[in-house]
Design a protein around this ligand. Sequence first.
Ligand SMILES: *[C@@H]1O[C@H](CO)[C@@H](O)[C@H](O)[C@H]1NC(C)=O
Ligand SMILES: *[C@@H]1O[C@H](CO)[C@@H](O)[C@H](O)[C@H]1NC(C)=O
Ligand SMILES: *[C@@H]1O[C@H](CO)[C@@H](O)[C@H](O)[C@H]1NC(C)=O
Length: 272
Amino acid sequence: MRILEIALILNLIHLCNCLGQNLSQDSNKALLKPYGDVSYFLCRRNKTFHPINLNLNLNDLNIDLPVKLIIHGFTENITVLWYKAIVDAYLIKNDYNLILVDWSIKANLPYFDAVESSSSVGSSIGDFLIKLITTKKIYLDNVHIIGHSLGSHVAGFVGKRIFKITKSKVSRITGLDPAGPLFEIPSKSPEYRLSKEDAKFVDIIHTDGGIFGFKASIGHADFFPNGGTAIQSGCEITKLEDFKKWTKQIRYSIHFISVKAIKEYSIQIYSE
Ligand SMILES: *[C@@H]1O[C@H](CO)[C@@H](O)[C@H](O)[C@H]1NC(C)=O
Ligand SMILES: *[C@@H]1O[C@H](CO)[C@@H](O)[C@H](O)[C@H]1NC(C)=O
Ligand SMILES: *[C@@H]1O[C@H](CO)[C@@H](O)[C@H](O)[C@H]1NC(C)=O
């Protein structure tokens, strides 16, 4: 097991560097002039990583490619390690319109306020996507939204907004360990959190149920690796704790995000 773990970590380090993107370096420049409370960054194969907004830099969007819109969680920002891992994992596989969201202005408020802000942030991201759709930069049917933790509920609010305005649903939302506090405990009704109504297909990976994560099933497909609760195997309290936790989460996410990898995932679980 140890050897497998080390191999995965080395693999992740490799992934983080292999496409030559330097998210932290480039984004710090971009963050000097943020617009509004939410910023968007586009990653494509063979294109420079750069911020996009509705007035500039939309030419690098390719309408024929799938759109993956990725939303970080509480206290995070564009420089989180897993953004880079997920970008590299996708771009190795194929070319995509990968839109990384930075909503750090609200996500770094105290938790209660960040939760309060999650619906307006989601609506604002929804309006951004609707604009891209109505100006024929992307197709709604190509949109897959991936949110982590509090970002999962933001993703839900994006879906609600898009349905409210267009009467159509985005094709898929993936919730990676959706936040539990103030969503499940105390319990909120589906209109105030991510729910299976928010997209045609909602898949959830529960990895911290009952602590920081949602314990109950809230999607069309809910996965509970190792029972879905902390502490996940390989994530014991050590100096490497955070890094390994992310490694594990990213590993599960990448497996699940492509449906045909589910078999591979099962093999891995059994091997543990
Ligand atoms: C990425 O950017 C950081 C911060 O500027 C820098 O220290 C690091 O060397 C860069 N890495 C690569 C691979 O360019
Ligand atoms: C585009 O990116 C792919 C994958 O990273 C690479 O194999 C290919 O050579 C690149 N093409 C150009 C023109 O840079
Ligand atoms: C982004 O997050 C990192 C890690 O928490 C932090 O060190 C950095 O200051 C943050 N950057 C901004 C612009 O908030």
